[in-house]
Design a protein around this ligand. Structure first.
Ligand code: ARG
Length: 461
């Protein structure tokens, strides 16, 4: 067994020179991967328990190592652990400290493993728990949205396509669209949990190991479904990193789009929603201002999160199998995306709790843009036996007439309407009623009040 003097690197016997400070600075990842300490210790404990079970190490050595690791964990939690750049990363910082605490028996811990399999095992476990946290925050947001939607089933506003008034919509229907987006995010993150559920530990550096290890045992201990199949692929694979970054990107893109909706609706031109004072900021020069800074933060951060996905793709492009130092940056990239996304999700939940629709203004805006024109065309098809194209043409003529007379559709007289379609009776006026318009969209997924209620109930369950 090699004695490890604590002031030199683990490879100090082979490599005589000490690296320059600059190399230490760029080569060391401890400032970043110290976030993996809990996972690293759990993985090491599972590893030595397996080594003992397989009679590769003795009971005494196993116990000493487990004792040392638990002590290290406490030291780190109590901030009494000294992380040292000289020992590069979390794995070697912990191993070094283990030597200080239990002595030479620490030398058995790295039997039948490498940092190559160790780091991805730690990392997968970390990503797993973060994914679970993200999913639970998304759940919280969905709950907040449902609460707001429930109160606004009958709140009618114009729905927009091309940002032009299109058709009448329930505000709750917009909100439920956001629920769908977030629910897909949740599912996407959940799929990742299944895809990363294979245990890398035991593939060692690249080829596996000559020791009689039990990878199924460590898989169970570390709550993985099964061990990975191929040692070379295992240490090269960062698909699970891309999956997390992609899911984060899509989720942040959703938040960004919703934020933009809310920014537009809050602008002076629209005034469809109010933001409470908790979520706006002022201007240093314009005393009257209440700016939606937080929403802009959400809109912008998707750019940062996409950047991280692209960084990782670029690192992986053309990288030969198997492990290379290039891969070390995966942690920093994930941590940045994760932290940014968590901030965004928490802020988003606060925002949902602090917006309210300006119902009067929503109603007012439905008076512009002839938003019941499609309802009129549908009416002509249903009650006057026309093809949709004929009805569309007749309705366009009616809209032209209304525009010429500077009237809304419902302000035209029956006489005026009859000039364009003589078959019309006064029954036609019901199509201009907004409640009728919204509630008539009963097709599955449409904005009818009953549909929305059912959807809210479904999600509440
Ligand atoms: N800190 C390293 C990383 O995250 C651990 C793996 C080191 N492996 C190696 N062969 N140098 O990439």
């Amino acid at each position: 067994m090699t004695k490890n003097k604590n002031n030199r690197a683990i490879w100090g016997r082979r490599i005589k020179g000490t690296p320059s400070l600059l190399f230490q600075k760029v080569g060391s990842s401890i400032d970043i991967d110290k976030r993996l300490y809990k996972q690293d210790i759990a993985v090491s404990i599972a590893h030595v328990e397996m080594l003992f079970k397989q009679k590769i190490i003795s009971f005494k050595v196993k116990n000493k190592i487990v004792y040392g690791l638990n002590r290290i964990e406490k030291e780190i939690i109590k901030k009494k652990f000294e992380f040292n750049k000289k020992y590069e990363d979390i794995h070697m910082n912990i191993e070094k400290r283990l030597f200080q605490i239990i002595g030479v028996e620490a030398g058995y811990i790295h039997t039948a493993r490498s940092r190559n399999d160790q780091v991805i095992t730690d990392f997968k476990i970390w990503i797993k728990s973060s994914t679970i946290e993200i999913k639970s925050i998304i759940d919280k947001i969905i709950k907040s949205i449902l609460k707001l939607a429930e109160k606004n089933i009958k709140t009618i506003m114009p729905g927009f396509t091309h940002l032009k008034s299109a058709q009448a919509i329930s505000f709750a229907h917009y909100l439920m669209a956001y629920v769908e987006m977030l629910n897909r995010d949740k599912k996407r993150f959940n799929d990742n949990l299944h895809n990363l559920d294979e245990n890398p530990l035991g593939v060692a550096a690249i080829s596996g190991t000559s020791f009689n290890i039990d990878r199924i045992y460590t898989s169970k201990k570390l709550k993985f479904k099964r061990p990975t199949n191929n040692s070379i692929d295992t240490i090269s694979d960062r698909d699970f990193v891309l999956d997390f970054l992609y899911s984060s990107s899509v989720c942040s893109m959703h938040i960004s789009r919703i934020a933009e909706d809310l920014i537009i609706w809050n602008s002076e031109g629209f005034r469809l929603i109010n933001l409470s004072d908790k979520i706006v900021t002022g201007s240093s020069i314009m005393p009257q201002k209440k700016n939606p800074d937080l929403l802009e933060f959400l809109r912008g951060k998707s750019g940062v999160i996409y950047g991280n996905l692209l960084s990782m793709f670029t690192i992986l492009k053309g990288l030969p199998l198997s492990y290379f130092k290039d891969l070390q940056d995966d942690k920093e990239i994930i941590f940045r995306s994760n932290d940014t996304l968590l901030d965004c999700l928490k802020i988003f939940d606060e925002i949902i709790k602090n917006i309210s629709p300006n119902k009067k203004r929503m109603f007012e805006l439905t008076n512009f843009g002839y938003i019941t024109a499609t309802d009129l065309a549908d009416y002509l098809v249903k009650y006057h036996a026309m093809s949709f194209r004929d009805a569309y043409a007749k309705t366009a003529n009616i809209v032209n007439l209304a525009e010429k007379k500077r009237k809304n559709l419902n302000q035209l007289t029956l006489k005026e309407l009859k000039k364009i379609e003589p078959k019309l009776t006064k029954d036609v006026f019901r199509v201009f009623d907004l409640n009728y318009s919204v509630d008539s969209k009963k097709s599955y997924g449409g904005t009818a009040f009953g549909n929305i209620k059912k959807m809210i109930m479904k999600y509440k369950k």
